[in-house]
Write a protein that binds this ligand. Structure first.
Ligand SMILES: [Ca+2]
Length: 389
């Protein structure tokens, strides 16, 4: 059977009010393919019947340029490209009659429709049955399992007005829940996320959050948390992405890794320690060892802040090999500083130095001296950008 493809050259109508509708087949008995308005150029549309129907409706106000489109005819021998769902993935590329493809949603999204669709041929017409599914961020739900994502309804689109969404999170008995905020933006003072320390809204309120300040991580005192999202009748925002993980009772939260460093210690229970080490060329600032102790709020917490690995401004270097980094590396160095690095090796060795990566502004200079102080002979004076000198 012959089928039709539409390709848009121009599209510009008044958003919502002046609408172009496209049916695959006749208006009665066909399939509504698109409802288009606004100024975004629509992607190509393909029929599965040998006719396409277009209806353009305009209101009494505001006229724009309208549309220009080309149509072309081809012979159907397989199904159309079923596309990739927003917030999901598809496995399978075959499009012959009898073939199927399978859809899966990204974490936090639920699938609307059926995850497996089949290419079907009836009287020379090729189409997917049923229609491809969509992936949406749901309004509330019961969540179980050791970890997961909670998204505001319709995320990453702005959340809808006038919604009441309730989530109940339940993890393994004798575990507690750690809730961290990856993204947070609600209309200040009118849209809220209330979080309760227990199975429902009668449990103690841990906090009511709104605005764009990302809240600190939250820990439950039992294995359930209840979350209530409320939006009012106007003004929306991008919403939130929360991650929950279960954690053994009487344990500190996962302290994470260190930029330019490594960690020793994986047991996070009360009384245990983790110790950080910096990579070559970096100096550890702070205390390398953290101990999990009982905090003043009756919850376990680390006794010290996490240290940092920084590239120092100058210093004494010795040993048979090592790395010297500009201050703040890999970030930019700060202005108006002089950093003196002294590199000494055992007698009977000479120092061989090689720059792996080198970049300064034209007025910033690295001078290399042959000897213990800056009064020794200058070996080289470098600025600009170089590699492997
Ligand atoms: Ca609102």
């Amino acid at each position: 059977m012959l089928l039709l493809s539409l390709h848009f050259l121009v599209f510009h109508t008044e958003e919502v009010h002046d609408v172009l509708r496209i049916w695959d087949g006749p208006q009665d008995g066909g399939v509504l393919l698109r409802e288009l308005s606004g100024s975004a150029l629509p992607p190509d549309a393909h029929s599965t019947f040998n006719t396409i129907t277009l209806q353009f409706t305009t209101d009494f106000f505001t006229s724009k340029q309208g549309f220009a489109l080309q149509f072309s005819v081809s012979t159907a021998t397989s199904c159309n490209d079923p596309g990739m769902p927003t917030n999901g993935t598809r496995s399978g590329d075959s499009r012959e009659p009898g073939d199927h493809v399978v859809f899966q949603c990204d974490p936090g999204y639920i699938l609307q429709g059926v995850n497996r669709i089949t290419c079907t041929e009836i009287n020379g017409r090729f189409f997917w049955q049923p229609d491809p599914p969509t992936c949406t961020a749901p309004c509330g739900g019961n969540l179980t399992g050791p970890s997961g994502l909670i998204l505001s309804p319709d995320y990453p689109e702005p959340y809808p007005h006038g919604r009441e969404c309730d989530w109940r999170v339940t993890v393994t008995q004798d575990y507690v829940i750690l809730l961290s905020f990856n993204h947070f933006s609600l209309e200040p003072s009118y849209d809220f996320l209330h979080i309760y320390d227990g199975p429902d809204s009668l449990s103690p309120l841990l906090g009511s959050f709104y605005g764009t300040d990302v809240p600190d991580r939250i820990e439950s005192s039992s294995n359930t948390l209840f979350m209530a999202f409320r939006s009012d009748a106007s003004l929306s925002s991008n919403g939130f992405v929360l991650q929950y993980t279960e954690n053994p009772r009487e344990s500190c939260f996962e302290p994470g890794l260190l930029r330019n460093g490594t960690r020793v210690g994986t047991d996070l229970k009360l009384g245990f320690t983790v110790t950080y080490h910096c990579e070559s060329g970096y100096t550890l600032e702070g205390d390398p060892t953290l101990t999990c102790i009982m905090g003043g709020d009756g919850k376990p917490s680390w006794n010290k802040p996490k240290p940092m690995c920084i590239a120092p401004c100058g210093g004494q270097y010795s040993g048979l090999e090592g790395v010297v980094l500009s201050p703040g590396y890999p970030g930019n160095y700060t202005s108006s500083r002089t950093c003196l690095y002294s590199v000494a090796v055992p007698k009977d060795y000479v120092v061989f130095s090689q720059f792996a990566f080198f970049q300064t502004a034209l007025n910033d200079i690295v001078e290399v001296y042959d000897g213990p102080t800056q009064h020794s002979r200058v070996l080289s004076s470098l600025s600009g950008a170089h590699t492997g000198i």
